[in-house]
Design a protein around this ligand. Structure first.
Ligand SMILES: C[S@@+](CC[C@H](N)C(=O)[O-])C[C@H]1O[C@@H](n2cnc3c(N)ncnc32)[C@H](O)[C@@H]1O
Length: 427
């Protein structure tokens, strides 16, 4: 594949395209990428490539003559090649993987024209350009980044550039799907383990898991792409299984709760990890430090204060309920507690990600109130971050009242402000 790029910045482009995989492929003679300086083809002494727009207005427009002379020079030794002249433009058709495949299959010579300033004289486009391609619905300063994207994407599909065809045929957008998630060493990183199936070495199971993941993440991340897919019988079966799996989360039997045991700790920590991820994604500065630690849960378990919610043998949530007054709550500002001892305090509650939206959080609150009453408590107190919208909504939905603000010390370096809620339980 030969690619000529017409640009005002050939050195920068050579530097980028001469690196890494494309650079090595060029060195082996598989690719021939040439960056041409448009300015070298001007016919004026100032080497001016642009001029004022007819009709007035801001900026400069690239003149047709230097572009045409540059193109003519490029074409002089391109006879016999299947050439395509492409102008990179925000007005072009969006560039896609399918387009790249077509360019790679149908042509062995691409000429990529990079505009600058306000663009190029329309007459050059009319006379010389076969096709306009856009990197997306936004405007760049020049066509260079778009040209590099096109060159990179097309070239990596040229036979011999990558080690194997499978390197690109298995990737996102090749067959309309997004790629499955990828992992590398170490096996566990910051408490996150690589999925079991990938460690098992069963190739058929791995292939099946990956295909399902591809389908599931295309459904979730790009429903527009998913709608366009023409699924074969196997993929239809997989999609049905994914939907069934998700529908299963419309709970058909009640959630139960029980005191947690040491053996529940891995499940509890996984639920906490998911909760931290969710809070981070929602930009809530709560649980973003070390809190709550495994040791804290160990102590809760030993004290009989930690509970797990269960659904058909699976751990669906965790919470800690203590009878001890919370010293930090004494310094409440902007309001006051209305409840009096004996009360219970709810701490460290979270629902497993795939149980969110199933009513599990409501079951957790009901369990908290039931336990409080059983312990002789007359109220539940709890705090949460002011941006923790789902917790706030849950509490308000269950009749908890906002009663003031406190500062917590559990997460040094993070936002210590918390809103306090309480519910007085009536017998
Ligand atoms: C500032 S732009 C000119 C935009 C032009 N005045 C318009 O509104 O359509 C300068 C050059 O950047 C390149 N360019 C800008 N946005 C692009 C995009 N989304 N895709 C491809 N090339 C782009 C084109 O080569 C263009 O000639």
């Amino acid at each position: 594949m030969r690619i000529d790029i017409l640009t005002l910045f050939p050195d920068s482009m050579r530097a980028v395209l001469g690196e890494s995989i494309l650079g090595r492929a060029a060195a082996r003679g598989i690719l021939d990428i040439r960056c041409r300086q448009i300015r070298d083809y001007t016919e004026n002494r100032q080497k001016q490539v642009d001029d004022y727009p007819y009709g007035g207005g801001w900026g400069q427009v690239m003149m047709a003559q230097p572009l045409k002379s540059c193109l003519d020079d490029v074409m002089r030794d391109a006879s016999g090649l299947r050439s395509r002249v492409i102008y990179l433009s925000p007005q072009g058709q969006p560039f896609t993987q399918a387009k790249a495949r077509q360019l790679q299959a149908d042509y062995d010579h691409l000429v990529l024209v990079c505009g600058h300033y306000e663009g190029v004289d329309e007459r050059f486009i009319e006379a010389c350009v076969d096709e306009e391609l856009s990197l997306g619905d936004f405007v760049l300063t020049g066509g260079e980044i778009a040209a590099m994207a096109v060159a990179d994407c097309v070239c990596r599909m040229v036979p011999g550039v990558l080690a194997d065809e499978a390197c690109y045929t298995g990737e996102s957008h090749w067959d309309g799907l997004l790629e499955y998630p990828q992992y590398t060493r170490p096996e566990t990183w910051e408490g996150r383990a690589v999925p079991e199936v990938l460690r098992g070495g069963n190739h058929a199971e791995i292939a099946e898991w990956r295909r399902r993941q591809s389908l599931a993440r295309t459904m979730d991340k790009r429903p527009d792409l998913f709608e366009k897919l023409e699924l074969d019988a196997d993929d239809r079966r997989r999609v049905e299984a994914i939907r069934r799996d998700r529908a299963r989360r419309r709970l058909t039997s009640p959630l139960t709760y029980r005191p947690a045991a040491e053996a529940d700790l891995p499940d509890i920590l996984e639920i906490v990890r998911q909760a931290k991820d969710g809070l981070r994604r929602n930009r809530v500065d709560q649980w973003q430090g070390n809190y709550p630690t495994a040791d804290l849960f160990r102590a809760d378990i030993a004290a009989g204060a930690c509970y797990v919610l269960e659904y058909e043998g699976e751990t669906a949530g965790v919470f800690v309920l203590t009878n001890d007054p919370e010293p930090e709550y004494d310094a409440i500002t902007d309001g006051r507690w209305r409840s009096a001892p004996p009360y219970c305090v709810l701490h460290r509650s979270a629902i497993r990600a795939d149980f969110r939206g199933t009513g599990a959080a409501d079951a957790l609150i009901r369990a908290v109130e039931e336990l409080t009453a059983r312990r002789g408590g007359t109220a539940v107190r709890v705090d949460t971050h002011r941006k923790n919208k789902s917790m706030r909504a849950l509490l308000l939905r269950h009749g908890y009242r906002f009663c003031g603000n406190v500062l917590v010390e559990s997460e040094p370096g993070h936002d210590p402000r918390r809103q306090c809620f309480e519910k007085i339980l009536h017998p």
